[in-house]
Design a protein. Structure first.
Length: 147
């Protein structure tokens, strides 16, 4: 993303705020013509900078009852290639990040209850190649720029 110019950044910021904006609205925001805006958006999509468009759920959405970050360390000689394929089969694991440092993976887990989180944590802990699991339950969200 280092090759993005100011106009690309303006377009991305506008799309983050409202991905349903028309090309005319985006063009006005970035100070470009509609056709130039369309070409830039297509280029950003082709390069994978824009990976998709989504819907943000409002306050009335059915939010998970419990969100947790689960920190994982691998057994000696194990890595993401050994562990991640097993984790993709656990539907409550929403996101999986590789990390630098003493923690190898961080999972974002969403569950309906603490009991369900405990079951998911047990599934994760018994995954071949995992040495340690630490679970950090989110008490509240102060802000989330992804939503």
């Amino acid at each position: 993303m280092n090759d993005l110019d100011e106009k690309d950044r303006l377009l991305l910021g506008a799309l983050r705020a409202d991905a349903r904006q028309s090309l005319v609205e985006l063009a006005r925001h970035a100070g470009l013509s509609r056709s130039a805006t369309h070409e830039r958006v297509r280029r950003l999509e082709a390069k994978g900078v824009i990976a998709g468009y989504t819907v943000r759920l409002g306050a009335d959405r059915e939010a998970p009852g419990v969100q947790a970050l689960v920190a994982i360390s691998f057994q000696a000689g194990r890595n993401c290639d050994h562990v991640v394929p097993h984790l993709t089969g656990i539907p409550n694991v929403v996101t999986c990040w590789s990390l630098a440092g003493s923690t190898d993976l961080m999972l974002l887990v969403e569950c309906a209850s603490n009991a369900e989180l405990d079951n998911v944590r047990r599934l994760v802990a018994t995954t071949p190649g995992i040495a340690t699991v630490q679970t950090h339950v989110a008490l509240r969200t102060h802000f989330d720029r992804r939503t």
